[in-house]
Design a protein around this ligand. Structure first.
Ligand code: ADP
Ligand code: ZN
Ligand code: MG
Length: 481
């Protein structure tokens, strides 16, 4: 019998906070590639001797918002330390970071994973989330290196999870949820291509049933969610092979090589750096004022989990509620469409997911770019729900507005779409259709209820598509007895 192993996974995620300024100076934060190198800097973030860092309120407030979104304890007292190492992208020779007294203490988030019709939920603990400054950016060329200090001093929040994940899918779901939360509360845009979200993965194996954790490795250089999943699967297999062949996993840091699809050793535990942390003497401890903290708390939006629960209580499936809260913009759009109470949640949900997001995603657009404002879609769906136009016509109007703008009432009138609801006219058509198709009438009366479809089709043809099929089939059923 071979031993079965269970993976144990913990993630350390750095997100770049979306504040206007850097962490300890008034330089602009997150200027990006378009900005000329070394122009968004000052003596503080360039690390000149004798200058004094000052914590910026915007970055602190975003760190607290991020923590609240993850159910973290907000520590009323926190402090900064120096973490020493030498690198050209670290002009002071140390990084200012929170060490043993972080701004956010323990919390948790709830992840959702698994197949659409059988979604699983699980709580993942957050160990803490601390503030630190980013390093500069180096570019290594064949015979020399370049350093751009624009990124130096930008605010990062490092979110350290508990080792609560048990599969690559759970880790993927955890990342997805962190990104949703950070964007939802405006803490970070989490654009991985811009380096606004960076992930280090810790993974170990233990025999199923054993409580004690095994020896872990840490994977670095993961720059997409896909890379995290692939690296985890690779590393879990690698460690399984080591253990099954009687070997031991070495505690080490490994680099993920996405071209080759393998992880390679980078440094071992023995070579681990000694950072010589000590309290940062230039920054006073951060003591939060209760009034300031309640202002931050009061400015928090309804969180996605609460919104999701509310949507489900109103009758949406877990899957639909998840899609409609995948971003705050989608949730706002959905609520705008349904706020009059005249459009059912399910109808709005279907149109937004299938019709609207379908078209938008095909063009790589987000709901914010929708050419159909929520209020317009609401008007259109009211026409459809009240039976004035049918689904096919509604989609025609939808496509017209999507491509050329305009409002539903005008387009429906212009196209002469409003459905005939004159009962005398409908009955005349129904009788004509029955006379034209005696076989369908006989089949229906013999018990083949599906035969009514042919008769509904007949009426639709006679009405040139202006009859409402639902009303027609009710009428036909009545006439057929
Ligand atoms: P370090 O001080 O070396 O950074 P931490 O205790 O801060 O280590 O843990 C870093 C990350 O590693 C956390 O996300 C934690 O959940 C995870 N972790 C710790 N031990 C293990 C383990 N045995 N297997 C997998 N992940 C682990
Ligand atoms: Zn600066
Ligand atoms: Mg750590």
């Amino acid at each position: 019998m071979t031993t079965q192993f269970e993976p144990v996974i913990g993630l350390e995620i750095h997100v770049q906070l979306a504040s206007k300024t850097k962490l300890f100076c008034a330089c602009p934060n997150g200027v990006g590639e378009e900005t000329k190198p070394n122009t968004a800097i000052c003596p503080v973030c360039a690390g000149h001797p004798g200058v004094l860092p000052v914590l910026t309120e915007g970055a602190l407030a975003l760190a607290v918002r991020a923590g609240l979104s993850m159910n973290c304890v907000t520590n009323r007292y926190s402090s900064f330390s120096r973490k020493h190492y030498f690198y050209p992208d670290l002009p002071k020779g140390y990084q200012i970071t929170q060490y043993d007294e972080p701004i956010n203490g323990a919390g948790f988030i709830e992840i959702t994973y698994g197949p659409k019709n059988n979604l699983q939920k699980k709580k993942i603990g957050i160990h803490h989330a601390h503030l630190e400054e980013d390093a500069a950016k180096s570019t290594h060329l064949p015979d020399h290196s370049l350093v751009d200090y624009n990124r130096s001093g930008c605010p990062l929040l490092e979110i350290v999870s508990m080792p609560d994940m048990r599969s690559a899918d759970e880790a993927y779901a955890y990342l997805t949820e962190i990104k949703r939360l950070m964007r939802w509360v405006g803490a970070s845009n989490c654009d991985m291509e811009k380096g606004e979200l960076r992930v280090d993965v810790n993974v170990s194996l233990r025999p199923v049933g054993q409580e004690k954790f095994g020896t872990r490795t840490e994977l670095k250089n993961l720059n997409s969610f896909k890379a995290v999943r692939e690296a985890l699967i690779y590393e879990i297999n690698r460690q399984t092979e080591v253990l099954l062949s009687g070997g031991q996993v070495k505690q080490e840091t490994r680099l993920w090589d996405k071209e080759e699809g393998v992880s390679k050793p980078m440094r071992s535990k023995e070579a681990a750096l000694d950072y010589r942390y000590f309290p940062e003497p230039d920054l006073p401890p951060v003591v939060l004022n209760e009034e300031w903290l309640s202002r931050v708390k009061n400015s928090m939006p309804e969180l996605p989990a609460a919104k999701e629960a509310r949507f489900m209580k109103a009758g949406l499936s877990a899957y639909d509620a998840g899609v409609l809260t995948s971003s705050r913009e989608i949730a706002d759009y959905f609520e705008e469409v349904t706020k009059s109470g005249k459009v059912s949640l399910k109808t709005a949900s279907n149109w937004i997911q299938t019709d609207l997001l379908g078209l938008l995603h095909a063009e790589k657009k987000e709901i914010e770019d929708s050419p159909i404002p929520a209020a317009r879609l609401a008007e259109l769906l009211e026409f459809a729900e009240s039976g004035k136009i049918n689904r096919k016509q509604a989609r025609e109007v939808f496509d017209e507005i999507y491509a050329h703008g305009g409002n539903p009432a005008d387009i429906i009138a212009k196209r002469g779409m409003v459905q005939v609801s004159d009962e005398g006219q409908l009955e005349a058509w129904a009788k004509e259709a029955m006379a034209a198709n005696p076989k369908a009438v006989a089949d229906y009366q013999k018990g083949n209820k599906a035969a009514i479809g042919a008769l509904v089709g007949g009426v639709m043809k006679l009405s040139k598509g202006k009859a409402n099929p639902k009303i027609i089939s009710q009428l036909l059923a009545k006439l057929l007895g």
